[in-house]
Design a protein around this ligand. Structure first.
Ligand code: 3PG
Length: 216
């Protein structure tokens, strides 16, 4: 998938559910709940041992799911994400080795930034979209607006993540520099473990309602 198509999909989804899943058996029902709720996108984080298997399963069994890998902290995880079938990757910080490798292998990676210096480092690697983390803890929308202002003319965009939920979603999505947001609230680890698929479906449907209101 080329970057243009990828960015369009992110914009359309509005929200990327950030998912930590402990067991590959839970992958398909979890994805089906998101799909039924109308939000066919997932970022499977490398915070559990099952992550690679989950990504592999979803990529094979649910090819229409817009599938990313998250918490990519090393080159090995990056390579595994691509090999298992993720079409994008997200990292909490900007690790130059990982960013360089992603570029070399043609994999879309969105590294995390918070400061102007980190954004400028990313620009030297040709990054156009950054994760912005941890958004709410660092000051939320006012800080995002201030930090991104000097780069507005470059057209760079952000995926704010951290402390975002259904209540502040609309405010974030209304910002032109926000391509989409990330968050765990749609499919929390304990909700997945308890197999509460109806809760995930309902959360996804709630997101779709807000996104369609803002982005038509
Ligand atoms: C992340 O992993 O990107 C964040 O921990 C998500 O933050 P949240 O749990 O506040 O959505």
């Amino acid at each position: 998938m080329d970057q243009k198509e990828l960015f369009e999909k992110m914009e359309k989804c509005g929200v990327v559910p950030v998912i930590a899943i402990e067991s590959p058996e839970l992958a398909l029902p979890m994805a089906d709940a998101l799909i039924k709720g109308g939000l066919p996108v997932a970022e499977i984080t490398f915070r559990t041992k099952a992550a690679a298997d989950v990504i592999k399963t979803l990529s094979k069994e649910r090819p229409d799911l817009f599938l990313g890998a998250g918490t990519i902290l090393s080159v090995d995880q990056l390579l595994s994400a691509k090999e298992c079938g993720a079409v994008f990757g997200v990292a909490p910080g900007l690790n130059p080795d990982v960013v360089k490798k992603a570029r070399e292998i043609g994999f879309s990676l969105f590294p995390g930034v918070i400061t102007p210096s980190e954004i400028e480092k990313g620009l030297t690697f040709g990054i156009k979209v950054f994760k912005y983390f941890p958004s709410e803890a660092i000051g939320g929308i006012p800080v995002l607006k201030a930090v991104s202002a000097p780069y507005g003319h470059l057209g760079i965009r952000f995926i704010p993540t951290g402390g975002i939920n259904i209540n502040n979603l609309e405010a974030y999505l209304s910002l032109p520099q926000v391509i989409c947001v990330g968050g765990t609230w749609i499919a929390k680890k304990d909700v997945i473990a308890a197999k509460k698929w109806d809760v995930i479906e309902k959360n996804a449907a709630g997101v779709v309602e807000v996104v369609s209101h803002i982005r038509g």
